[in-house]
Write a protein that binds this ligand. Structure first.
Ligand code: ATP
Length: 930
């Protein structure tokens, strides 16, 4: 194997203890989501099913598997060197976030579990996980409990964010699809969700199944725990010790909600926060306000490409990738949180926009901050946590020292700004930076480190400087003296042997077990010359190897031993002093916490400004309106991720939505014409605006939305074992339950996963409901031309995406221009005609299209239940719809790219389907026979 990462170390073999280990290991409980690592000092091993999994996942071969206990039927085992172990840990706990991990230490048959972690609880492995890699996610653990209040489903959710030391809990009524639960878990960014372990009957209930589904859909690991961990007997006592205020009474709002507090007890137990003394008295608790942020469900997140997907061609494919312009790991983490928690409060949004505007209009400030002060800044948040736990090293303190010295320069950069938002920048950043760096705080922190750390020796070694402590000073002086004696003795020996110091003879280290001592070394050639003297009794040979002979004499040996003893005392003193310095430095942890939060925010917002100003076309600050303003007007709007792709010349489009005129928009047009892109870019603009960013438009007026719902295609429902049609039904039902007049609904191609007439019925019924009952702005992209007949009090606007057919070549060109009015119905036939399609089919299509014009009142009869028995009128409408769908499908075939045989085959397949459907649609049957 060429990759050094993939070199598997050798497991030493000892048959007796191997057999004992195999027996002991096989008695452990088996769980496919748990990986047990065994610390074998220089490397790690995994066994059993874990071994095969690690071999396949990381080595990409099972050839590295060795079988313990003799034959090939023994216990599989795989070893990992330190680098691969860290890579595997990151994959298991952070990237896939689907496993928990345990570490065992010991030897032979005596092994003890010493550490464990899971995606919501990384603490025990944080050092290995993020030694060389930025921490890009906040690991949040949640607990969830379902109850029934007077028959209604009520959900309690609590969360623990160990990084930010935040606890929160809430309790709310939910529907049978658990839409609110899904939205809250997503807002929190929960990586792991604790659920009660139910008895068989309860576990198999439909609600328990759906909740497990919701957790999985939110990409969180579900961890079942016995009901007792949800017990609240010790909750108040625990909170008394954990909370910053120590005042449990002020949290009655949480405690009087039984499901919220039960979930809180469970998440505290799960996160083991009580066991970490350094965290006591430092946690905050708040009743989580589920209405504080815009709600996005999984489908909307996917439709708007909010987070990076593994399949993305490049970073700017997702909003996260596009907007991730911050310089620090802290800004990257904050962006993930903000994208899950878009704001709904107008004042808060305006403040973020003000700051972005200040950065956008002052390129010097942006440049100074981003390129001089923020670039290369360490992850202050993570270092602060290490500091607080007294786990920081001198190297970590030096990183904080360098960060601290940049704060006054950042302050100065803000003070030099004199734009209209100067006051806001001053109060939000400059004043706070000044306060953090004053004589009582970080200036003092810097003084401490300047006095304590030997800055001259950095980066070779990190040591406490001798002048910091008189004992250390004494030991240092003594050490220097003995070192001088040793040098003198070495010179004397060189003279005695007739050799030249540092040329033909060298002073070196001789290692014995864990200690090293001073000695002399000469090459084999020199050794031959001085062998007689060496053997005279005055010298002692320590080691003879190819590269030379190491030796000493009595005085040198004594001096070297003295040096060893002093060095030991010196190191011990160093160690004690480092602990002392770290302890004192830890008293500044709270100041650093504040600085970390502030730096993350300014970095992210400066990054938003950079994005806005450096995009192919600059973004604009949106005018935000209250939620009831009934206006969403985007002029010359683009999809920021699509326009950022290489080789795309993006065509901007307007989307003016106004209640009473154009609140419900139906967008028609052939495949690949740009319908999805158009409706998604509206959702993206609203989301970006409420996160605090500018938007890819020339002008934008946006009434704040409480929720974005999106249904776009069938998604991954096959994976969940639900039929496409059922999945669409379920997801759409969730919109109907969850949307309010203040939401934004985006629907793309509803009804694709079913027969045309079911799909059309569903689309019609949903449109009616959205218009009549909910009254939210809706964008509906569809192939069902009949939807253009919709009418409603909110105002329906029909739009279509323009395409052009070149009469000479028959080639179809997409213009991507969205214009008023419904799509030209005869379009399909034009396509067919120009594409040299089988003439009998084109003829038929022409005739039928003319006949179809008679169906002037399409689909009026579709009500709430699309599957109910059809009346004659409905049947006629369905037949018309089916025939039109045929024409649409027909026109959508990429004929210009097909071989004639393939084109004929596909056309015949479509026609066959049409005939099959006609068997149960008398009107369609008559038309075809016509
Ligand atoms: N306004 C635009 N300017 C430039 N290119 C665009 C524009 N809109 C869409 N495109 C390009 O066209 C492709 C197809 O767009 P889109 O998926 O939105 O079409 P569609 O009408 O929804 O298709 P379908 O009906 O098959 O889902 C996009 O991947 C994009 O590359």
């Amino acid at each position: 194997m060429e990759d050094p990462l993939l070199e598997a170390p050798e497991l030493s073999k000892d048959d007796r203890s191997d057999n004992g280990f195999v027996k002991w290991f096989k008695a452990l409980s088996q769980d496919s989501t748990l990986v047990r690592f065994f610390d074998r000092k220089d490397f790690y091993s995994v066994h059993g099913e874990n071994a095969l999994f690690i071999a396949r996942t990381f080595y990409k071969t099972t050839a590295v598997v060795k079988y313990m206990g003799g034959s090939a039927t023994g216990l599989p085992g795989v070893t990992l060197n330190k680098n691969l172990f860290e890579t595997a840990l990151r994959h298991l706990l952070v990237e896939s976030a689907e496993y928990s991990v345990q570490m065992f230490e010991g030897s032979g048959t005596q092994w003890r579990k010493t550490r464990q972690a899971s995606p919501g609880k990384l603490g025990a492995f944080e050092e290995e996980l993020f030694r060389n890699v930025d921490m890009t996610d906040v690991p949040v653990a949640a607990a969830l409990l379902l109850g029934y209040t007077e028959g209604a489903r009520t959900v309690g959710i609590a969360f623990a964010d160990a990084a930010g030391r935040r606890l929160g809990a809430c309790e709310f009524a939910d529907d049978e699809y658990f839409c609110s639960t899904e939205a809250v878990l997503l807002q929190l960014g929960a990586k792991e969700v604790v659920l009660p372990k139910e008895n068989d009957a309860a576990a198999q209930s439909a609600d328990a199944g759906r909740l497990r589904d919701v957790v999985a859909r939110c990409n969180a690991l579900g961890s079942e725990r016995p009901r007792v961990v949800f017990g609240t007997r010790n909750l108040e006592q625990d909170l008394g010790r954990l909370l910053r205020s120590g005042n449990v009474e002020q949290h009655r709002d949480v405690l009087e909600r039984p499901l919220a507090s039960a979930a809180l007890a469970a998440v505290i137990a799960f996160s083991e926060v009580m066991a970490v003394d350094s965290g006591h008295g430092k946690w905050g608790l708040a009743l989580y306000d589920t209405g504080r942020y815009m709600r996005l469900d999984v489908a909307a997140q996917r439709a708007l490409n909010v987070m990076k997907q593994r399949t993305d061609a490049n970073d700017s494919f997702s909003l996260y990738g596009l907007m991730n312009k911050g310089r620090t790991a802290m800004a990257k983490r904050l962006l993930k949180v903000w994208l899950k928690q878009p704001l709904v409060d107008l004042t808060e949004i305006t403040e973020r926009h003000d700051i972005v505007e200040a950065f956008a209009e002052d390129p010097t400030l942006r440049e100074r901050l981003r390129n001089l002060h923020l670039r290369g800044l360490p992850d202050i948040e993570r270092l602060t946590r290490k500091l607080e736990r007294k786990k920081a090293t001198l190297a970590d303190l030096c990183q904080l020292y360098r960060a601290s010295s940049r704060l006054p320069m950042m302050e100065e950069a803000f003070r030099d700004h004199d734009g209209p938002h100067a006051q806001l920048l001053a109060t939000r950043y400059a004043d706070k930076l000044a306060a953090a760096h004053d004589d009582e705080h970080l200036a003092k922190f810097e003084e401490l480190l300047e006095a304590a750390i030997d800055l001259d020796r950095i980066p070779d070694e990190y040591l406490i400087c001798a002048s910091y402590d008189s004992d250390l000073q004494g030991l240092r002086e003594e050490k220097d003296k003995v070192e001088a004696t040793i040098n003198k003795l070495a010179e004397d020996a060189a003279d005695d042997l007739g050799l030249i110091m540092d040329k033909t003879i060298k002073l070196e280290w001789h290692k014995v077990a864990n200690t090293r001592t001073r000695c002399l070394r000469i090459t084999q050639t020199e050794e031959k010359k001085v062998r007689k003297k060496l053997q005279s009794g005055r010298y002692m040979t320590l080691e003879t190897r190819k590269d030379g002979t190491k030796f000493t004499n009595r005085q040198l040996k004594e001096a070297a031993e003295r040096l060893q003893a002093i060095s030991r005392s010196y190191d011990q003193r160093q160690h004690a002093l480092v602990e002392q310095v770290v302890s004192v430095a830890a008293t500044f942890a709270e100041v650093w916490e504040g600085v970390a939060g502030m730096v993350a925010e300014m970095d992210l917002l400066a990054g938003f400004a950079e994005l806005a100003m450096c995009a192919p076309l600059p973004y604009v600050r949106p005018t935000m309106l209250p939620a009831d303003a009934s206006e969403l007007k985007l002029t010359a709007c683009r999809h920021p991720c699509v326009e950022a792709q290489d080789g795309v010349e993006f065509i901007a489009n307007d989307c003016h939505m106004e209640r009473g005129k154009s609140w419900f928009q139906v967008i028609t047009g052939p495949n690949m014409a740009g319908k999805s892109t158009y409706i998604r870019q509206v959702g993206v603009a609203v989301l970006m605006a409420q996160v605090g960013c500018f938007v890819a438009c020339e002008h934008a007026r946006i009434a704040v939305r409480d929720c974005i719902f999106a249904r776009v295609g069938a998604g991954d429902c096959q994976l969940r074992g639900i039929s496409t049609f059922m999945a669409e039904m379920l997801e759409t039902a969730a919109i109907l339950k969850g949307a309010s007049s203040k939401s934004l609904v985006i629907i793309d191609e509803l009804g694709r996963g079913t027969s045309t007439y079911d799909g059309f019925g569903l689309a019609w019924a949903i449109s009616e409901h959205l218009m009549q009952e909910i009254g939210c702005p809706t964008l509906f992209a569809t192939h069902f031309h009949e939807l253009t007949a919709l009418q409603g009090p909110v105002g329906v606007a029909n739009k279509h995406v323009e395409t052009a057919i070149d009469e000479a070549s028959g080639k179809l060109t997409m213009l991507y221009q969205v214009t008023e009015g419904a799509c030209d119905q005869s379009f399909g036939i034009h396509v067919a005609e120009f594409a040299r399609f089988p003439p009998e089919v084109v003829e038929l299509a022409k005739r039928k299209a003319a006949e179809l014009e008679d169906f002037s009142a399409p689909a009026q009869g579709f009500g709430q239940d699309a599957k109910r028995a059809c009346t004659d009128e409905e049947e006629a409408a369905q037949s018309a719809a089916r025939a039109r769908a045929f024409l649409q499908e027909f026109s959508a075939l990429p004929l210009d790219k097909m071989e004639p045989e393939e084109a004929t085959a596909q056309a015949q397949a479509l026609y066959k389907q049409l005939l099959a459907d006609a068997a149960r649609m008398p009107t369609l049957q008559r038309l075809l026979e016509g």
